[in-house]
Design a protein around this ligand. Structure first.
Ligand code: ZN
Length: 218
């Protein structure tokens, strides 16, 4: 823990003074353009991957980058999605899964989660991906996991569309959805191409304008 405290003290001493104008501007308002939903995994650092500054991205993180479908008893994720879309007016939502995801690994290998009841209940929000994944055949456990990570991003994109704020913004053409898979070892991102049928993932480096909802203008 001491390294965390030392890190803050270094930030306060060296980083903050050099960027005080940015923090002064952000002190009383924010206008992030993007809601970024990703896993809590320590190896996924959204601002580092996208080279964003404070104030640029509204972020939701949880085990498995999951967005529960909207329901009569909305929770913290639903509230955060609603605030991002209805109040902050984000123009884009990214749901970003990643390689070697522990949450998806537990599903992929049908690991017994009886001793982790909260995790087991949470991962039920990925059941659509789970059954699709279980019905396939794969060359290796890694291939099965990689497929599940992708299927889960597709499933969570479907879930987020059930949120009224998201449905309205999509209907009014003021919101785009993006499905990304970050490869930790390669430093690469594959993105869901919503303009193709069936939907498939393509290299973001090769297709920088690809979008899960439609192809964005360049
Ligand atoms: Zn993960």
């Amino acid at each position: 823990m001491q390294d965390i405290i030392d890190g803050f003290l270094k930030f306060q001493r060296e980083v903050f003074p050099a960027r005080s104008a940015l923090f002064k501007r952000l002190a009383t308002s924010q206008k992030p353009g993007v809601l970024f939903v990703t896993c809590s995994d320590s190896r996924v650092v959204p601002e580092l991957l996208t080279q964003r500054e404070p104030g640029d991205m509204f972020v939701i993180r949880n085990a498995g980058n999951i967005v529960p479908s909207y329901g009569p008893e909305p929770g913290g994720v639903s509230a955060t999605v609603e605030y991002a879309v209805a109040v902050l007016g984000v123009s884009d939502i990214v749901i970003c899964g990643h390689s070697d995801c522990g949450a998806m690994g537990a599903i992929s290998t049908c690991k017994c989660l009886d001793h982790l009841p909260a995790v087991a209940a949470w991962l039920r929000h990925a059941d659509a991906a789970k059954v699709i994944n279980a019905a396939g055949t794969y060359a290796s456990p890694e291939a099965k996991l990689n497929a599940l990570v992708r299927e889960n991003v597709v499933a969570q994109l479907a879930n987020i569309r059930t949120h009224p704020s998201v449905a309205l913004a999509l209907a009014q053409g003021r919101l785009n959805l993006h499905g990304w898979i970050y490869d930790i070892e390669q430093g690469a991102i594959d993105a869901l191409d919503g303009s193709a049928a069936p939907q498939h993932f393509v290299s973001l480096a090769e297709h920088p304008h690809v979008c899960a909802t439609r192809t964005r203008p360049a």
